[in-house]
Design a protein around this ligand. Structure first.
Ligand code: NAI
Length: 333
């Protein structure tokens, strides 16, 4: 059995090696794509993070592939349909991120409400002026939570701690939780029109692509704050740029962007300008967002705490042990 971990850093390799015991293991720093796969095509098991592309073109050349375990909750980077047809089971890490990502949501929201990035930049320059730094309280504002799974629920609980009003939209509402946490489920239009801040916690994929569209922005309160820690594909970033320019959206806090793998790697980006695979207008929109003062962007780091990373590695090692011993766990397909 040969196991290959992609997108790994040195410190993770030591831990994974220890956790996986006797198995033959290889580590590759790069994300998995058709090029980086070339030297590992004899792998029986592969494990990646979310910046890899696990599509038909990349996976087909793996002649012995029997199991995929992603070190993430989201699985929208994997062609699950292909895996089903090839009978390759896919496991994920279902629950590590609830508290971790929810806390990051409030890091972004508070950074916006208190103008923290600008304030820090000023004091670093020795400038202690207040002009333009007036923010707003979260207390008594309405937070719209879209998607109330593990992360959305924790966000709602924290928001109640700030004495925010919380409304939520989810096709599978949890009314018991709503009563306990003190939130109300509302329809899509109500959430868009009544929220002062909106935070996204739905999975990526075709069902949620561009869920936050130009039409959705046009229904939002003027001056709304948008937080996205879910997936870049959920927001139409060209429509977001327009909404920011019109003042419909006052500010945005984004941990995820569409075309994220490309924007992460400058070399990749250059290549992508000459390929048909990427949406150049979306890439350009990403770049414009990166330069706007009322947009703060973190590098898909909402998951990145000691506690969460430890859980990711332990669960992944458990997924592999389960596969090796014929007891699959955390299977998504
Ligand atoms: P979860 O599976 O527990 O919850 C997802 C919720 O979204 C479910 O309640 C589901 O009913 C709801 N949903 C699905 N489609 C919907 C729609 N069209 N409209 C409204 N609600 C819808 O997932 P969890 O753990 O809460 O994570 C959510 C997402 O957060 C992940 O799929 C992943 O993409 C992202 N994530 C981002 C991280 C980061 O570092 N930025 C880290 C971990 C997760």
């Amino acid at each position: 059995m040969k196991i290959v971990f992609f997108e790994t850093e040195k410190w993770e390799c030591d831990i994974l090696q220890h956790l996986c015991g006797e198995a033959e293991i290889a580590f590759c720093e790069k994300r998995l794509d058709a090029r980086s796969a070339a030297v590992y095509l004899d792998a029986d098991v592969i494990s990646t993070f979310v910046h890899s592309t696990l599509d038909r073109e990349t996976l087909d050349p793996f002649s012995r592939l029997k199991f995929i375990t992603t070190r993430s909750t989201g699985v929208d980077h994997i062609d699950l349909e292909y895996c089903r047809t090839k009978a390759i089971p896919v496991s994920n890490v279902p629950t590590y991120g609830g508290t971790t990502v929810a806390e990051h949501v409030f890091a972004l929201l508070l950074a916006i409400s208190h103008h923290i990035p600008e304030a820090i930049n000023r004091t670093r320059r020795g400038d202690f002026s207040q002009a333009g730094l007036r923010g707003f309280d979260l207390q008594n504002k309405t937070l719209g939570v879209i998607g109330t799974g593990h992360i959305g629920k924790r966000v709602a609980e924290i928001a109640r701690g700030f004495r925010m009003e919380v409304m939520a939209y989810d096709p599978a509402p949890d009314e018991v939780f709503a009563r306990q946490a003190g939130l109300s489920y509302v329809d899509w239009q109500t959430l868009l029109t009544q929220s002062d801040c909106i935070t996204l916690h739905v999975p990526g994929g075709v069902g949620t692509r561009h869920m936050i569209s130009g039409e959705a922005f046009s229904r939002m309160k003027k001056g709304v704050i948008l937080i996205n820690t879910a997936r870049g594909s959920v927001v139409d970033v060209k429509a977001l740029l327009r909404a920011l320019a019109e003042g419909r959206v006052a500010a945005a806090g984004l941990d995820v962007l569409p075309e994220e793998p490309s924007i992460r790697e400058e070399a990749e980006l250059l290549r992508s300008f000459f390929s048909q695979e990427h949406d150049l207008e979306t890439l350009l929109a990403d770049h414009l967002l990166l330069r706007m003062r009322n947009v703060i962007i973190t590098p898909h780091s909402a998951f990145n705490t000691t506690e969460a990373v430890e859980k990711i590695l332990r669960t992944t090692a458990g997924n592999i042990q389960g596969f090796l011993h014929g007891k699959l766990q955390n299977v998504v397909t």
